[in-house]
Design a binder for this molecule. Structure first.
Ligand code: SAM
Length: 268
């Protein structure tokens, strides 16, 4: 690869830039991704290329989405001879991943910008048909929400939304010292594998998302109160759920049954 001219640009806080420099952590992430020949890879926020260099070595087709103009230019220069690599200087929040690989599901990876990680995860769920699997570095607290069980304090909207459509695994923790500059929080690497079918009754994604959002907007309230004006207590009971229970005790399947019952009641 051609040498980089001059020092890299300074980290930009507004883009959540904390660059990985620990070779051991980088190797563990690359092993967790477990790239197979022929897979199409997409890295979110490649930054200075800590993970990217290792992904490029696989020779697989690789799409890089980087919002920072200076870093995108740096990557463009560094991988100019690697024809399998495409640098997209753009905001991942506006990206349709399907357009990068219309005929083959992607392997999506990245050390995500923590300030937008939850929003991004929800976006990726709506693009899951274009995704084979995902491996992400996240703030540890967010990673714990992804693998939390009903009743746990970390269980909430993100847990329900993600686990309905993906199998989730917490792979390992990473301390702040692995990054430059070090973040104030601990991190963790997780994998997400879209399920063949969502868990529970088959209901439209939009209806599921709306009800779960409403239920957790008032997480200390009972379901009866949190869903006031949206779903009657009788509907909750008909779904086999106690209206006086709290939303964080419900399973994904409970939520799907409740949405199904609500839709049936509004049809009738
Ligand atoms: N992958 C690099 C590493 O591990 O060293 C950098 C990780 S850093 C935590 C997050 C990266 O995401 C930065 O390069 C940042 O510029 C980029 N980024 C932040 N917001 C973005 C967005 N909306 N779209 C695309 N990239 C973004």
């Amino acid at each position: 690869m051609p040498p980089e001219p001059g020092p890299p640009p300074r980290p930009r806080k507004r883009f959540g830039q904390h660059f990985l420099h620990d070779p051991g952590v980088i190797s563990r992430i690359v092993e967790s991704i477990g790239t197979q020949p022929g897979e199409v890879l997409c890295e979110i926020g490649p930054g200075r290329g800590a993970l990217t260099d290792r992904l490029v070595e696989t020779g697989n087709v690789l799409h890089l989405l980087e919002i920072d103009r200076d870093l995108a230019a740096l990557l463009q220069k560094r991988y100019t001879d690697q024809t399998q690599v495409t640098v997209h200087e753009r905001d991942v929040l506006d990206a349709n991943l399907c357009s990068f690989s219309p005929n083959q599901p992607l392997v999506v990876v990245g050390n995500l910008p923590y300030n937008i990680a939850s929003v991004l995860l929800i976006r990726f769920l709506s693009q899951r048909l274009s995704i084979n699997r995902m491996v992400f570095m996240l703030q540890k607290e967010v990673a714990q929400r992804l693998v939390a069980e009903p009743g746990a304090s970390a269980f909430g909207r993100l847990s329900v939304m993600v686990n309905r459509v993906c199998e989730t695994r917490l792979l390992f923790d990473v301390g702040p010292g692995a990054f430059s500059p070090p973040p104030k929080v601990r991190s963790a690497v997780v994998s997400l594998k879209p399920r063949a079918e969502p868990l529970g009754r088959s209901v439209p994604d939009a209806a599921f998302e709306a009800l779960v959002r409403q239920a957790f907007s008032q997480r200390r309230k009972t379901l009866r109160n949190a869903l006031k004006g949206v779903c009657q207590a009788e509907t909750i009971a008909q779904a086999g759920i106690d209206p006086d229970t709290r939303p964080q005790t419900l399973t994904v399947q409970d939520f799907a049954r409740l949405v199904s019952q609500k839709l049936a009641d509004s049809d009738g």
